[in-house]
Design a protein around this ligand. Structure first.
Ligand SMILES: *Cc1c(COP(=O)(O)O)cnc(C)c1O
Length: 361
């Protein structure tokens, strides 16, 4: 049994130290009589686990006091529907920015519930540059603006917002980038992120909502999707994903021990720059994204000869490098460099790629 380098886009690598601690505590959680998996979510001991996780996340992101943090199920995809349902009474329409596959999925799910207007799109650059906001036309009665700061599949990362957002709340799908760098939570009304990219195990989605947005839901919003109701009940409208919540808490504490998000940003920037620099200096590998909006977390790249894709993946696995296949919808390769992927993994990947190029170019 040997842990090898894992570049999977999600479920993705977790810090080894976190897994070791979870292993050590698995049979019996300190101060409990059983495994954390076996404890009632209503009991005191799990309550401590839950509170501790939230407090650590709040410190990491400097979440302002007037925001609530929810630990829910149903993934980011569930929130694609929860967003329009919960903000329905703020306006009959919503503005979406098209930055790639995930933003369009969010948009089409929302279109089932309200009038969706695509106010800007990166399509004109084939998703290699940020969407341009000059001359955008806001829909009348616009309840919110939705953005996707990091496109996990396309590898485009941008925090740009239109200048004239006004008092429209900005809702952001932060699934693959939350905790990779400091952000200003106050720029957003709602932040949501599926855990399995950069937070913890699958089965958990973290939602951070400004309090004034908790009471705008459509009356027929299912209770488990209702942010206000979840906030009132401490994310326990239904039994929450207790193990995933606990493990996310361990990840948050690990991040604090690493020096928090500024320290992680420094490491993440270095990891990504190294890999992009290598790709740019190679004749054989290619990443099409404009350098100003290249994702730190997900680095897609193609080989000069797509017929070698299978050989590349096969030899990479033999060299202990896993999870490098691109998303099934686009093919090619993708290296995800989340917080838990150490710089040594990136060094090993670059060394392998350089060697592969030598042998096959
Ligand atoms: C992975 C991902 C999703 C979907 O997440 P699920 O938890 O599978 O629903 C949505 N948005 C982004 C940006 C993602 O990376």
């Amino acid at each position: 049994m040997r842990r090898e380098w894992n570049f999977s886009a999600g479920p993705a690598a977790l810090p080894t130290a976190v897994l070791e601690r979870a292993r050590d505590e698995l049979l019996c959680l300190d101060g409990a009589h059983a495994s954390v998996i076996e404890l009632s979510h209503r009991g005191q001991r799990f309550g401590e686990v839950a509170e501790r996780a939230e407090a650590s996340l709040r410190r990491l992101l400097a979440v302002p006091d007037d925001y609530r943090v929810l630990f829910l199920q149903g993934g980011a995809t569930g929130q694609f529907a929860a967003v329009p349902l919960n903000l329905a009474r703020r306006g009959a329409a919503a503005a979406y920015v098209d930055t790639g596959i995930w933003s369009r999925k969010a948009e089409s799910e929302a279109a089932r519930y309200l009038d969706v207007v695509r106010i800007a799109s990166a399509a004109e650059s084939d998703y290699t540059r940020a969407a341009r906001f000059d001359g955008i036309a806001w829909p009348a009665d616009c309840g919110y603006l939705h953005v996707t700061p990091n496109e996990t599949i396309g590898g485009l990362e941008t925090y740009d917002l239109p200048d004239d957002v006004g008092d429209r709340p900005v809702v952001a799908d932060f699934s693959s980038t939350l905790l990779s760098r400091p952000i200003d939570v106050a720029r957003y009304g709602v932040i949501y992120a599926g855990a399995q990219k950069n937070i913890g195990p699958a089965g958990l989605v973290v939602v951070i909502v400004r309090e004034d947005l908790l009471d705008a839901a459509r009356a027929d919003t299912p209770t488990i999707w209702n942010w206000g109701e979840q906030a009132r009940q401490g994310s326990m409208v239904a039994t929450p994903p207790t193990f995933a919540w606990y493990l996310a808490g361990l990840v948050f504490e690990w991040l604090e021990a690493q020096g928090g998000l500024s320290a992680m940003a420094e490491i993440n920037r270095r990891k990504a720059e190294k890999l992009y620099h290598f790709i740019d200096s190679s004749e054989f590998f290619h990443n099409p994204i404009d350098p100003s909006v290249r994702s730190w977390m997900n680095v897609p790249f193609i080989l000069a000869d797509a017929q070698l894709d299978g050989v590349f993946l096969h030899h990479a696995a033999e060299a202990g490098l896993h999870g490098l296949a691109g998303h099934r919808s686009v093919g090619g390769m993708r290296a995800s460099l989340y917080n838990a992927v150490p710089e040594a993994a990136v060094d090993a990947l670059i060394e392998f790629m350089a060697d592969f190029e030598q042998r096959h170019a």
